[in-house]
Design a protein around this ligand. Structure first.
Ligand code: IPE
Ligand code: IPE
Ligand code: MG
Length: 255
């Protein structure tokens, strides 16, 4: 049994090395809609928050692996502007997990990941807002992957906020309406200055964006799977990346 385990470990290690060394075209920016926690728990007769707990640990493993293989940006959808519709117990459970993650985040410093939070944090508990700021501050000089964690994030709210910022500039005469460009809108989004997502991963068998990065995804590639997020492994990330590498991205051209 032990030998089989060792062989499997070797096989896995070999496979992991291959995705990095094969000269495979890595996506610069991967977005992940971390979905399926509730169904994962339901299948086991557990409360939904148990699914979120395991989902949170999957998130840490996947973010750490993505950084290791050289992904430049990763955006993970943790809580949407629509998720407030859920029961107060579930929302509280998710917020507690976020709080635990934030308190722990200083221990991930050696990973060299630059963490940012996108979404409207102003309505979150004050201690969570403070912890978010602390995590951003302590990781700001990291040179590895940029990890955007989307909390109370909605793609439409992102666009509305950008439009409001630009409208302010129009109001004070800094720009005229005719001067508004796509770049100006992109630069006013939470993801300002970052490469747009190349690959969006959605597990859990759903085929939708659910208000995730709607502007930024204009030319993203999509990878869907039935795997529920708590079961998602680094092998699944490898599979998504390998599939992405085979895609022919034309961006409207006739190549
Ligand atoms: C995703 O899992 C986590 C959040 C939306 C916060 P879900 O909780 O949506 O899981 P399902 O879709 O009900 O299985
Ligand atoms: C999207 O999942 C939001 C997150 C993963 C945070 P949802 O479970 O909220 O999406 P819908 O309701 O199935 O579209
Ligand atoms: Mg869901």
């Amino acid at each position: 049994m032990c030998v089989v385990g060792d062989i499997m470990a070797l096989f896995k290690r070999k496979k992991k090395q291959s995705i990095v060394n094969e000269n495979i075209v890595l996506p610069n920016h991967i977005g992940i809609i971390m979905d399926g926690n509730g169904r994962w728990a339901k299948k086991r007769g557990l409360p939904r928050v148990a699914g979120h707990t395991v989902g949170a640990s999957t998130f840490k493993k996947i973010a750490s692996y993505a950084n290791k293989i050289g992904i430049k940006y990763m955006t993970t959808y943790a809580f949407s502007t629509e998720n407030w519709k859920r029961s107060p117990q579930e929302v509280e459970g998710i917020m507690n997990l976020l709080r635990d993650y934030l308190k722990d985040a200083k221990n991930y410093k050696e990973e060299n990941i630059k963490t940012l939070f996108i979404g409207d944090r102003s309505v979150l508990a004050p201690d969570i807002q403070e912890l978010m700021q602390e995590v951003e501050e302590t990781s700001k000089d990291a040179t590895g992957m940029v990890l955007n964690i989307a909390v109370n994030y909605g793609g439409r709210a992102d666009v509305v906020r950008a439009v409001q910022m630009i409208a302010d500039k129009v109001k004070c005469g800094e720009v005229s309406p005719e001067e508004i460009t796509e770049d100006m809108i992109s630069d006013s989004l939470y993801t300002t200055g970052q490469d747009e997502p190349d690959l969006i991963i959605r597990p859990s068998g759903e085929y939708r964006l659910s208000n995730f990065l709607i502007w930024q995804c204009a030319y993203a590639e999509f990878w869907f799977s039935d795997i529920l997020w708590p079961d998602f492994t680094t092998d699944d990330l490898d599979a998504a990346i390998a599939d992405y590498a085979k895609r022919n991205r034309r961006f409207g051209d006739a190549k």
